[in-house]
Design a protein around this ligand. Structure first.
Ligand code: B1M
Length: 211
């Protein structure tokens, strides 16, 4: 790994937001692409944080500071991942499902969708099914993107799809799901319209769903 990326990686593992911000700026100055900084420096670090948590070497506070440090780096990369001043190709309502507080993957998906030309209405985390429905009704969005990182909260994806059925507008929206425990098979089983394994794929799929 490039030395400057190693600083970004280390900064996330140490939960050192300032060093991640400085590392990302230096990496950009040394002409590394936003994509390689994100994938090689930041996402590999977050995967390692997860591994250390599983092994019992990291605990929730370490996860929190690592996430805060990663978000600091993402804020710097955002303008490079997102196209400015383009005519929206469509509107998307995005959120992490009820009971789930993980937002880094969802934020990345939102950024990539914005980069692909979507107007993104981000409802945040722990989003109740009814809130997704209300947001679609008030914004006129035709695409809904749901993220879940916990096996226990995945079940709130079909609950949200059911809320759209109950509201009588299931046929008016395309629903895209993703997040670490979600699979293509699960997406089909719950009646979603699409599944993506990462943020770039989610943006491509979103474009094809509104085409
Ligand atoms: Co938590 N956590 N966490 N956590 N956390 C995981 C998910 C876990 C796998 C860690 C582990 O055990 N190895 C585990 C889940 C186990 C399971 O359910 N099978 C876990 C657990 C157990 C928990 C708690 C229960 C811990 C506790 O309290 N004892 C708790 C739950 C809180 C809650 O949500 N109610 C908890 C809390 C937290 C923090 C709040 C401390 C923090 C999140 C902070 C934040 O997000 N602001 C946190 C973190 C940081 C993690 C890990 C370490 C990293 C997640 C992350 O940001 N990854 C994670 C371990 C891991 O993932 N290896 C873990 C980086 C991000 C870029 O990847 O989000 O996967 P990801 O997004 C990817 C794809 O999944 C995809 O695109 C992205 C890449 O391009 N994607 C989509 C995501 N959403 C998509 C939507 C799409 C399409 C693609 O379409 C709409």
């Amino acid at each position: 790994m490039d030395a400057v990326l190693r600083d970004v990686y280390r900064g996330i593992l140490d939960g050192d937001r300032e060093s991640v911000i400085e590392g990302v700026k230096s990496a950009l100055e040394s002409k590394l692409s936003a994509e390689s900084i994100l994938k090689e420096g930041m996402m590999t670090a977050m995967a390692e944080v997860g591994r250390l948590f599983e092994k019992g070497e990291y605990f929730v506070p370490e996860l929190l500071v690592a996430a805060r440090a990663m978000q600091g780096g993402l804020d710097i990369l955002k303008p490079l991942l997102v196209a400015e001043d383009v005519e929206p190709v469509g509107k998307v309502v995005i959120g992490t499902v009820k009971g789930d507080l993980h937002d880094i993957g969802k934020n990345l998906v939102g950024m990539m969708m914005q980069g692909a030309g979507f107007e993104v209405n981000d409802l945040g985390t722990d989003v109740e099914p009814a809130k997704f429905v209300e947001a679609v009704k008030s914004s006129g969005a035709r695409l809904v993107a749901m993220s879940a990182l916990l096996t226990t909260t995945m079940a709130n994806m079909p609950a949200t799809i059911e809320a759209f059925k109950q509201a009588g507008i299931r046929g008016e929206v395309k629903i895209l799901v993703g997040g670490a425990p979600v699979t293509d098979q699960y997406a089909r089983q719950i009646g979603a319209d699409g599944y993506a394994s990462d943020a770039s794929q989610a943006a491509r799929l979103a474009l094809s769903l509104v085409a």
